[in-house]
Design a protein around this ligand. Structure first.
Ligand code: FAD
Ligand code: DHB
Length: 391
């Protein structure tokens, strides 16, 4: 099989790229190791920046999103027994949207397939060949047979555990890494959201985040040790810990219900440099991951694709390869801003296991500085709603 762009991975990055290329008449195919049901059922992120929503809308993938997403104008920071609201919309003119990543993935799969974009599910890419030549090849296994996809360019949208990053020669490859001494226990529950807005709570026992998926489904996270076994957390223990970390506030009561699923995710920051080698371009989690506190993971994947799709379009439509040459550089400016923001939100709101009373007092002082000054609030809000896309 031969296409112009071979895409590995049917996550948000690969699916959005396929759609944007298809709209420009550029041929592509997606190779995805998992089944369609698995890809559509994987519960992950939930918060979309305005820019991400705008791009999904412009590419014809926003119809259900606009009907079902919950639009948020603000968030609350809760610390030291106090509630502090950050009015995102008043400070930035922008909003954020709650729409489960798997819902966005379902929409993107359906729209791509309906448009005739081939997506090979349960097809595992195992080798890239000739990425420095003009006809790179993806070797993959599909329905018990070895197959080859020949293309002009390869998009490595294969997530953090993918194979594409490995083609960058060790002499050029730099991996910038930070592992955090905590993880998140995430739950989905049949419970109306505790509040209409997201609550980010810093408590001496650890961080807690109250978010949601709909008016009757809560998604909430607790800071736990990174190797925590979720089975050690009974439903009662989970709700009691959320209750403690939320604290007592007038007009705010923890909403509980049946826990539908729970899982622990360890937290790390990681950036690959460079993000391209020869005719292979990394995008999304294949190139970088962030701790989830700033909700940047999926949004960064979308921002990479905005740059990559435009660069490929300029090459095919105008024979202009400048966008491709500077792809990684362009993306990395935003990636490092988001890395800093995610690290900052994480360190401001989590309790470090080796923290001392000085660290606690300093953390509270920082939270007061951010939430009681308009400049501080604006800094948080601008980064939270997302910086404008770069070209
Ligand atoms: P992915 O969604 O990982 O997609 C990569 C795809 O490539 C996968 O479908 C994979 O099966 C496929 N693939 C991999 N290797 C191969 C191969 N060899 N051949 C073929 N296919 C392959 N972000 C937030 O903002 N908030 C959150 O709360 C949050 N929670 C998360 C929880 C978990 C457990 C994880 C893993 C991530 C979470 N993230 C969160 C991050 C966010 O989900 C990711 O940033 C986002 O999925 C990135 O999209 P992507 O398309 O780059 O990668
Ligand atoms: C969600 C996850 C986050 O990490 C975050 O900061 C905000 C929202 C979510 O899953 O809804």
């Amino acid at each position: 099989m031969q296409v112009q762009v071979g895409i590995i991975g049917a996550g948000p990055a690969g699916l959005l790229l396929a759609r944007m290329l298809h709209l420009q008449g550029i041929s592509c195919a997606i190779i995805e190791s998992r089944s369609r049901a698995y890809a559509e059922g994987r519960v992950r992120a939930g918060l979309l920046e305005q820019g991400s929503v705008d791009l999904l809308t412009e590419t014809g993938m926003g119809e259900r999103l606009h009907k079902e997403a919950l639009v948020h104008d603000g968030i609350e920071l809760i610390f030291n027994g106090e509630r502090h609201r950050i009015d995102l919309h008043e400070l930035t003119g922008r909003r954020v949207y709650i729409y489960g990543q798997q819902e966005a993935v379902k929409d993107m799969i359906a729209i791509n397939l309906a448009a005739g974009v081939p997506i090979y599910f349960e097809a595992e890419a195992h080798k890239l060949e000739g990425v420095e030549s003009t006809k790179p090849r993806i070797h993959y296994r599909y329905q018990g047979k070895d197959e080859v996809l020949t293309c002009d360019y390869i998009a490595g949208c294969d997530g953090f555990h993918g194979i594409c990053r490995e083609v960058i020669p060790p002499a050029l490859f730099k991996g910038h890494d930070r592992i955090y001494p905590f993880g998140w226990l995430g739950i989905m529950a049949e419970a109306k959201p505790t509040s209409d807005e997201l609550l980010y709570c810093r408590h001496d026992r650890g961080f807690a985040l109250f978010t949601m998926r709909s008016e009757s489904v809560s998604r909430c996270y607790l800071q736990v040790p990174p190797d925590e076994n979720p089975d050690d957390w009974s439903d009662d223990r989970i709700w009691s810990e959320f209750d403690t970390r939320l604290g007592r506030h007038e007009g705010l009561t923890l909403s509980t219900g049946k826990i539908l699923m729970k899982g622990v995710t360890a937290m790390r920051s990681f950036v690959t440099e460079p993000m391209q080698f020869g005719r292979m371009f990394l995008a999304g989690d294949a190139a970088h991951i962030v701790p989830p506190t700033g909700a940047k993971g999926m949004n960064l994947a979308i921002a990479d694709i905005y740059v990559l799709a435009r660069a490929l379009t300029s090459f095919y439509k105008k024979n202009d390869s400048r966008g491709l040459e500077t792809y990684g550089e362009t993306c990395l400016r935003r990636v490092w801003r988001a890395q800093h923001f995610s690290w900052w939100m994480t360190s401001m709101l989590h309790i470090s296991p080796d923290g001392n009373p000085f660290d606690h007092k300093r953390q509270l002082a920082e939270l007061y500085a951010v939430s009681t000054s308009r400049a501080g609030q604006t800094y948080l809000a601008e980064n939270y709603v997302g910086l404008p896309f770069e070209t």
